[in-house]
Design a protein around this ligand. Sequence first.
Ligand code: SAM
Length: 390
Amino acid sequence: MTPAARVTAAIEVLDEVLAGAPAEKVLTNWARSHRFAGSGDRAAIRDHVFDALRCRRSFAALGGAETGRGLMIGAFRDVGVDAAEVFTGARFAPAPLSEQEAEPQAIDDPLVALDCPDWLAGPLRGSLGDDFEPVMQRLRRRAPVFLRVNLLKGTMETALAALAEEGLETAPGPLAATALEVVTGARRVARSTAFRDGLVELQDAASQAVVEALPVTTGLRILDYCAGGGGKSLALAARSNAPVDAHDISPARMRDIPDRAARAGAEVRVLKPGALGEGQYDLVLADAPCSGSGAWRRSPEGKWRLDASGLRALIETQREVLEAAARHVEPGGCLAYATCSLLDSENGDQVDAFLARRPAWREERRLRLTPLDGGDGFFLSCLRRPPNDD
Ligand SMILES: C[S@@+](CC[C@H](N)C(=O)[O-])C[C@H]1O[C@@H](n2cnc3c(N)ncnc32)[C@H](O)[C@@H]1O
């Protein structure tokens, strides 16, 4: 495909996404119905689509319309390229710019320039303070790709060497001792032997930092209460070198855990719904559902989908998760509450409210990371249940 044909394809995909369909699904369907497109084409189209979704508001303003076409015109203008060079009407290229589209557009609203939804500016500014603008700018760009070296299978050195042998250039990453940043070849990671043999996992550096910050010692009974696909369960099992119990309200989300654990040489026991007793764990991780605002570089659709009532519902779910997870903590044990949110209402405020309800518990550690630290935004609070609490 020519570069212009890829833009045409991106416009088609974006129109469906703007109409409400999930981007991943539309991209998969597009690839199925355009078998002639090679992996390079699919990757380029995907990049166009996700770049446009990250900057949906500013690109729409620069392109004069919130349509696939408008976003792609805006994308070229954002980097100072004349969109008319691509929108030529040549075979498979997008149609030439109309007179109206050819009019240059300026952005005078700072929230548009930052790709920040109006209603979220107050809560984000209140939570991030002086970091508000740099964080919002960071969220407009692609996220780096990080790997976690699985210490059950090797060391940083063996992983670096194994990846290099397969032509994947990596470098020690920020935030966590197990993090490698992929410098070149990110799209080939999942096909590499190092990945297939469980020596490395795809996991954001901040997510790894959260697991590294947990008070793990030998012999602990550990529960991952919101295990999802098991990213943190696996990291916890590697860190503790002990079995980890995985639980989730949605068992279907955990379906890949057994295969992933086998590949990683980790022991993760997937619990059946209702199989959880009360108070029998030394460490319970509650990686709660959240706005995902810290990870909007990877999942930009969430930024535009979230609304005030959705956020209120998430905050209520987080309160319930905290209360439910706390019931599984042994006296003297630790409840670790984590989100990949940047918002105080989902983070510190939740923890403060929990501690107000249970004044005997103590917060031992609080960690706040934003994309300015290198990985996703993450929050962690480690809450200790009193030993004599019955
Ligand atoms: C942020 S994701 C977990 C990601 C996962 N820990 C990882 O590192 O890959 C949140 C998970 O919480 C689960 N969840 C939502 N409500 C829950 C509840 N009330 N009890 C337990 N899990 C819940 C969701 O199904 C989802 O899988």
